[in-house]
Design a protein around this ligand. Structure first.
Ligand code: AMP
Ligand code: MN
Ligand code: MN
Length: 350
């Protein structure tokens, strides 16, 4: 189903958008049911922004709060200590017609999987996001493409609601911002991001402990799996108009042989994207029969979100993804073709 695209010049929420979102929360009846959802295969920002905001709603006195995400209910190991996880409910218990639906970090309704129907059945919906490729689905849009993470938008909404930060909310938001900025390394790491981090750390959270848990903890089987998958990486220096492509793939069989869950592959792209010979890197991860979750990164010259959007996905200029079909080689051929088209108009890059 085609969805409307955000106008290119869209700069973020207007005061009217903020007012509508504030009213949606403030005007809730006492017994209102509020459902919070985030994108499939949730990352630190999806879970952190959603759970941090859910805890904020609790502080505000909203009694009936559910949080959930589509797909397997397994929370990835790096996020299993997040505050607010007790608010998560399994698929079959999720309210069908909540009074308010809040959606976090999803660029399009398709990223909500089986939960997308709640956009139609909820009385009101508010979408909090920061993807430039956001399709403006749902009711009220708090979409700020300049924000480093959806948690930046969530923190602003809580502040406007008068909810003070506490250590639990702060830990959720810290995980969100730390993961989406690659531990404060990416270009999105503005002074405002560090100011937000300062506010969060001032609540007493422990950045060292959190980082160890989120970034530096992996089962030994995953370490071996990474070795195997990195071993089969390929470099194509001619791709992307000579800017180069490095890629690898991992199958469900690879995961099974090493006794690992799919989420352990999320950080694999960080090892692949280090190859200096290629501007574009890509990891093709099997999720089903001939179906692959594709992660792409750019070292700066190529806008990979254009490639991802052209192939049915979305994301940001330097980090994007889509769902691919066929064999890994076919998926990568489709990327190569889009990159070749992209390379034809270098003036559009940057
Ligand atoms: P990942 O490679 O999964 O870390 O995702 C990088 C970026 O691309 C994130 O901002 C995701 O939201 C976005 N993304 C990944 N997969 C998809 C998809 N299938 N559809 C839309 N956006 C995606
Ligand atoms: Mn995300
Ligand atoms: Mn995000």
């Amino acid at each position: 189903m085609a969805e409307a695209r955000a106008p290119a010049a869209y700069g973020g929420p207007t005061e009217d958008d903020w007012s509508a979102a504030l009213a949606a929360v403030r005007d809730l009846p006492a017994d209102a049911r509020v459902l919070l959802i985030c994108h499939v295969n949730p990352d630190g920002d999806a879970l952190g922004s959603m759970l941090g905001f859910a805890l904020g709603l609790r502080r505000l006195g909203v009694r009936q709060v559910q949080a959930t995400f589509p797909g397997p209910p397994e929370v990835p190991l790096p996020f299993q200590a997040l505050p607010g996880l007790d608010l998560l409910v399994p698929d079959d218990q999720v309210w069908v017609d909540p009074d308010l639906l809040l959606c976090f970090d999803a660029a399009s309704a398709s990223r909500l999987g089986s939960l997308a129907d709640r956009l139609l059945t909820a009385k009101t919906s508010v979408v909090l996001d920061h993807h430039a490729s956001n399709t403006r689905f749902g009711g009220t849009h708090l979409v700020d493409p300049t924000a480093a993470a959806t948690a930046v938008v969530a923190e602003q909404l809580l502040a406007r609601l008068g909810v003070p930060l506490d250590a639990e909310i702060a830990e959720c938001f810290y995980v969100a911002v730390a993961t989406d900025t690659g531990s404060f390394r990416f270009d999105a790491t503005t002074p405002a991001v560090h100011e937000m981090a300062a506010r969060l750390i001032a609540t007493g959270i422990r950045p060292g402990e959190i980082s160890r848990r989120v970034f530096d903890s992996r089962p030994f089987g995953a370490v071996r799996l990474y070795g195997e998958v990195l071993q089969r990486a390929e470099l194509d220096p001619r791709a992307a108009g000579g800017r180069g492509l490095v890629w690898t793939y991992a199958t469900l069989d690879d995961l099974a042989r090493h006794g690992q869950s799919a989420y352990v592959l999320e950080a694999l792209i960080d090892s692949v994207r280090c190859a200096i010979e290629a501007d574009v890197s890509c990891v093709v991860k099997q999720v089903g029969d001939a179906e692959w979750a594709v992660s792409m990164r750019s070292r700066g010259a190529v806008d990979v979100s254009r490639v991802a959007v052209a192939l049915g996905g979305g994301g940001h200029r330097l980090a994007a993804g889509f769902t691919g079909h066929g064999s890994p080689a076919q998926v990568v051929d489709a990327i190569r073709a889009e990159l070749a088209a992209d390379g034809a108009c270098p003036e559009d890059q940057g």
